[in-house]
Write a protein that binds this ligand. Structure first.
Ligand code: NAD
Ligand code: MG
Length: 328
């Protein structure tokens, strides 16, 4: 079993840390590091909508260039699409000699869209959870697990620095695992495409549409195929597949064993291998970068089309009845 690390020397973060971006991960890293006693400056575009929000928490906010200047470590917590341009225009020209560059996902480094000079440490601390959870668990005294990786160790202390940062954002409380930029990026992309986002979305949609096309009420189809998914996944999260199967009825369990493999059959497994091959060859990255360079035209069109579906309109009405205010 892989070694789970818990400790790091926070004292290594004794200079300024520039957190670039104040979105999902940015706000969480900035606030958690600050609360861990690290000197943090948030770097934002002039006129950024997040500027006032970050300042209201007591954080120092500066332009990206000013935050990077003199920083010991620069955390690139912007959307992956915009990082290469921001790095070239505002980060690289202001990077202090020997400053470390940190990423929360390996995409730009693995696919060589950002290649810091060999004199800089290039490290990764990738929390295995959304930024808002990284912040919430920290304030509750818990942490979110994180992966750390070293791409360039110019200082000889890159690994210790990554561990210190991971501990600073609270990951040591939950567990820190060592990986590489390649492994993190490829597994992250595969997970979100085949299982977590792509696979699950299409599974839900196909189940919903099968019931609706057969004449069943869309509301009932929604409860069955989407609403209950969370309850089932919560059980898996708590105690694994066996724990989930312990809680469901024997009828559900019998159907699970006898029918699940008809849905996720050999064909699906072959497709998963193809999806992984596209990630490993760089074909997926090229396709996504091509869309980035085209103003994300495909992404925007697919997003707009998906928002029109009956699953979404039915779900919106049902959720307004079920969810407490503030749940979403
Ligand atoms: P995000 O979309 O939430 O970040 C948006 C922030 O980036 C904005 O608040 C703004 O401050 C800044 N920004 C946006 N466009 C900009 C531009 N053109 N120029 C300058 N600043 C700009 O990003 P995120 O989801 O937190 O992702 C940040 C990094 O963390 C990515 O590398 C991502 O892969 C990684 N990551 C994210 C999550 C997650 O939970 N979202 C989880 C693990 C890793
Ligand atoms: Mg992920």
């Amino acid at each position: 079993m892989a070694t789970i690390l818990r400790d790091g020397d926070l004292g290594l973060l004794n200079g300024k840390v520039a957190v670039i971006g104040y979105g999902s991960q940015g706000h969480a890293h900035a606030l958690n590091l600050r609360d861990s006693g690290v000197e943090v400056e948030v770097g934002l575009r002039e006129g950024s909508a997040s500027w006032g929000e970050a300042e209201a928490t007591g954080l120092t906010v500066r332009t990206i260039a000013d935050a990077v200047s003199g920083a010991q470590l620069v955390a690139m917590l912007l959307p992956d699409q915009v990082q290469p341009q921001v790095y070239a225009d505002h980060v690289e020209p202001n990077l202090a000699p020997g400053a470390a560059v940190l990423f929360a996902h390996g995409f730009n480094v693995l696919y060589e869209r950002i290649a810091p000079d060999a004199s800089h440490d290039v490290i990764m601390v990738a929390p295995k959870g959304p930024g808002h959870v990284v912040r919430r668990l920290f304030t509750e005294g818990y942490g979110t697990p994180a992966l750390i990786a070293i791409q360039q160790d110019a200082s000889g202390g890159a690994r210790d620095l990554a561990l210190a940062y991971a501990v600073g954002i609270g990951a040591g409380r939950a567990g820190i695992l060592e990986t590489t930029f390649k492994e993190e990026t490829e597994t992250d992309l595969f997970g979100e495409q085949a299982v977590l986002c792509g696979g699950t979305s299409e599974l839900v949609r196909a189940g919903f549409e099968t019931l609706v096309e057969a004449g069943y009420a869309p509301e009932i189809a929604y409860y069955e195929c989407l609403h209950e998914l969370k309850l089932i996944v919560d059980l898996m999260w708590e105690n694994g597949l066996a724990g989930m199967r312990y809680s469901i009825s024997d009828t559900a369990e019998f159907g699970d064993y006898t029918r699940g493999k008809r849905v996720i059959d050999e064909h699906v497994r072959e497709e998963m291998k193809g999806i992984l091959a596209d990630i490993q060859s760089g074909a997926f990255a090229r396709e996504w970068v091509e869309d980035m360079d085209n103003n994300e035209a495909r992404l925007k069109a697919m997003r707009a089309e998906a928002a029109q579906s009956q699953l979404e309109t039915v779900g919106k009405d049902l959720r307004s009845l079920m969810h407490r205010a503030g749940d979403r």
